[in-house]
Design a protein around this ligand. Structure first.
Ligand SMILES: Cc1cc2nc3c(=O)[nH]c(=O)nc-3n(C[C@H](O)[C@H](O)[C@H](O)COP(=O)(O)OP(=O)(O)OC[C@H]3O[C@@H](n4cnc5c(N)ncnc54)[C@H](O)[C@@H]3O)c2cc1C
Ligand SMILES: *[C@@H]1O[C@H](CO)[C@@H](O)[C@H](O)[C@H]1NC(C)=O
Ligand SMILES: *[C@@H]1O[C@H](CO)[C@@H](O)[C@H](O)[C@H]1NC(C)=O
Ligand SMILES: *[C@@H]1O[C@H](CO)[C@@H](O)[C@H](O)[C@H]1NC(C)=O
Ligand SMILES: *[C@@H]1O[C@H](CO)[C@@H](O)[C@H](O)[C@H]1NC(C)=O
Ligand SMILES: *[C@@H]1O[C@H](CO)[C@@H](O)[C@H](O)[C@H]1NC(C)=O
Ligand SMILES: *[C@@H]1O[C@H](CO)[C@@H](O)[C@H](O)[C@H]1NC(C)=O
Ligand SMILES: *[C@@H]1O[C@H](CO)[C@@H](O)[C@H](O)[C@H]1NC(C)=O
Ligand SMILES: *[C@@H]1O[C@H](CO)[C@@H](O)[C@H](O)[C@H]1NC(C)=O
Length: 512
């Protein structure tokens, strides 16, 4: 009934490009069921990596990917039906969204963007890329869209069992509830969904004080026009806050930017006319009061205060506790927990070390923050795929817990509280993290050690290109994007484009 052990594994065969799992995948005879939740960047990487195993290995695996949306893309797939609070939108996507990173950094290894894609494109290009990826690797037959996973219950003990997955399928005519049993559950449900909403003292009184006043989280932000001629406070200057400030300041009467701390170095300069304010302290009937006692009469607050780490279907299935106050590893023996910033205990931000289900029964793709998602999802998927194929591909729970404790100590030495820092990597370690995940598999003899790091040098070089983004802006202003993009197809050509562009802009700026 349950197939969690007794694999017949053949020797690893063949050395090839490290991105092609089928060159060195194990062969085995077994049957198992794998469920993936999410058809964004993370879930697609997971599905593709599983399908890379030769049919002799995965031919009898039952693989299903569920997504509540109508197509692939996750946050990059526009919503069909806008919603208002308290309903949470399917995506924070807004029409003017462009990527804030160059597209070569957003690619899966070996699958570059189509020729002609702007270096910092509008959002449609990313969804199109992901759907091309899904078609190219034959992923669509394994995906079930309009399927919302509502609950996952572990039926079993700490060594054997299965997930009982409840989903709701809407087919236009109605909703149908269904169940699916799976040995392995891979959660790739995304990081940018559940808004972190700050409630300030007095805000309700202020909202009632005059018509038209509004406090909105950036997950609901769509168009700047509604802020025309208004006085707006944007809270926070992460990726969402930066975009909102830029777009709203073009039409608003005045934009204030409220910040918890003033950065020493601005990643992105603040648009002219935007005024910095400290943290909001509270509201009065007339206006907003900041923590330096200054106050303003404003029309709207846009709260770009980020997202919470939640997985409601795990929580409903009693597989994940939610407690914002837990800030230590004392609960590791009880189960999986999220304090809304950090979900723990996980091995390398991926594999659940929860003692209540079988080892290797639950994994997460896409939790790390401050990392290039697509290649990182690929590295994480390699680990999960081999863990599913080979029960000794990853360390034992005890060894993994020891490693986690060492990692937490490292974070503390570097001045971070692991339970506040959560899945935000530190010291620009995104590439090292991915290399480490794949190196583990090589060191354990699961995949051949080709002596090369997982992250290609050209990806690491991207962060050196300080002039590139301004260079691309100038390229677009000059209307010469087509010339730059012509013939750029391979990874090498894309990386060369970025290098040339950076140099071109550097020369321009130093001649100014
Ligand atoms: C506005 C915005 C701009 C961004 N810009 C950039 C950028 O420029 N560059 C960059 O590198 N990164 C950017 N990111 C980060 C982006 O989140 C990642 O690039 C990546 O797309 C995340 O993919 P994911 O698969 O982890 O999650 P998601 O894209 O969120 O996909 C998760 C999927 O899981 C599905 N799902 C969730 N719960 C359930 C359920 N219960 N049942 C069924 N399905 C479910 C969802 O429908 C969704 O399709 C941006 C993010 C946002 C929000
Ligand atoms: C793949 O493997 C399964 C199970 O062993 C088998 O039924 C199927 O015919 C195989 N498909 C191909 C294309 O070899
Ligand atoms: C999913 O639902 C949408 C409507 O919400 C519908 O247009 C689409 O055809 C459905 N897709 C599938 C695969 O059922
Ligand atoms: C888990 O259940 C299996 C099958 O019922 C049983 O053989 C095993 O001893 C149980 N393990 C524990 C730790 O209870
Ligand atoms: C799965 O859950 C449903 C709903 O609770 C239940 O009817 C079904 O019997 C469960 N299946 C198993 C194998 O536990
Ligand atoms: C915004 O203010 C300007 C100048 O006062 C005015 O001309 C314009 O009509 C206003 N626009 C809207 C949408 O109210
Ligand atoms: C007020 O906010 C600023 C930054 O916004 C912060 O540096 C300062 O410590 C805060 N002061 C108080 C009294 O909370
Ligand atoms: C399974 O993993 C172990 C590492 O613990 C490794 O020695 C073995 O070669 C792997 N088997 C296959 C077939 O990959
Ligand atoms: C919990 O943290 C302490 C202090 O860092 C560490 O000594 C211990 O090994 C950790 N326990 C587990 C189970 O990770």
């Amino acid at each position: 009934m349950v197939n969690v052990h007794q694999f017949v594994l053949s020797a690893v065969a063949g050395l090839g490009a490290q991105k092609h799992l089928n060159d060195y995948a194990p062969t085995a005879e077994f049957t198992k069921s794998i469920a993936i939740v999410g058809a964004g960047d993370g879930g697609l990487a997971m599905l593709k990596t599983l399908l890379d195993f030769p049919n002799s290995t995965r031919g009898t695996w039952d693989i299903t990917l569920f997504d509540q949306r109508h197509d692939v893309g996750g946050v990059w797939l526009p919503e069909l039906h806008p919603v208002s609070p308290p309903d949470v939108p399917e995506t924070p996507l807004y029409p003017l969204l462009k990527t804030n990173t160059p597209v070569p950094s957003m690619t899966y290894p070996g699958f570059p963007f189509a020729e002609g894609t702007p270096l910092y494109p509008r959002h449609e290009h990313i969804q199109r890329y992901l759907s091309q990826f899904a078609r190219h690797y034959g992923l669509y037959p394994y995906m079930r869209f309009n399927h919302s996973v509502t609950s996952t219950v572990w039926v079993g003990n700490s060594t054997v069992g299965r997930w009982n997955i409840t989903y709701e399928h809407s087919d236009g005519t109605g909703r149908r509830v269904g169940y699916k049993l799976a040995d392995h559950l891979v959660v790739a449900s995304g990081n940018n969904h559940y808004p972190h909403v700050v409630a300030w003292p007095g805000q309700d009184k202020w909202l009632e004080g005059a018509p038209g006043r509004e406090i909105l989280h950036s997950v609901y932000y769509r168009n700047p026009e509604k802020y025309t001629n208004k006085t707006v406070v944007v809270v926070g200057y992460g990726a969402s806050g930066r975009d909102a400030v830029l777009q709203i300041s073009a039409v608003a009467r005045k934009v204030y930017l409220s910040l918890r701390s003033i950065p020493e170095r601005w990643q992105e300069p603040i648009p002219e006319g935007v005024e910095i304010k400290p943290q909001i302290s509270h509201f009065t009937r007339r206006g907003v009061v900041f923590n330096d006692s200054s106050s303003l009469e404003v029309d709207a607050i846009l709260s770009a205060t980020g997202y919470e780490v939640r997985v409601p279907f795990l929580s409903r299935g009693n597989a994940l506790a939610t407690d914002a106050n837990i800030h230590s590893n004392e609960t590791y023996t009880q189960g999986l927990t999220t304090n809304l910033r950090y979900l723990f205990p996980l091995y390398r931000h991926i594999v659940s070390l929860c003692p209540n289900h079988a080892p290797r029964a639950l994994a997460f793709i896409g939790l790390p923050i401050f990392i290039a998602n697509a290649p990182s999802d690929g590295a994480q998927s390699l680990l999960v795929a081999h863990m599913i194929a080979n029960s000794s591909a990853t360390p034992s729970r005890d060894d993994a817990l020891r490693e986690l404790a060492t990692y937490e100590e490292y974070l503390r030495r570097e001045g971070y509280d692991p339970y506040t820092r959560g899945h935000r990597l530190i010291n620009g370690e995104g590439s090292d993290y991915q290399d480490g995940v794949v190196r583990l598999l090589k060191e354990r003899g699961v995949i051949p050690n080709d002596g090369r790091p997982y992250v290609e040098q050209w990806r690491r070089d991207i962060e050196k290109y300080q002039y590139m983004k301004r260079g691309w802006k100038r390229v677009e202003e000059l209307g010469v994007a087509d010339e730059w993009l012509r013939g750029v197809r391979t990874e090498t050509q894309w990386s060369d484009l970025m290098k040339r562009l950076d140099q071109w802009q550097k020369e321009y700026e130093s001649s100014q």
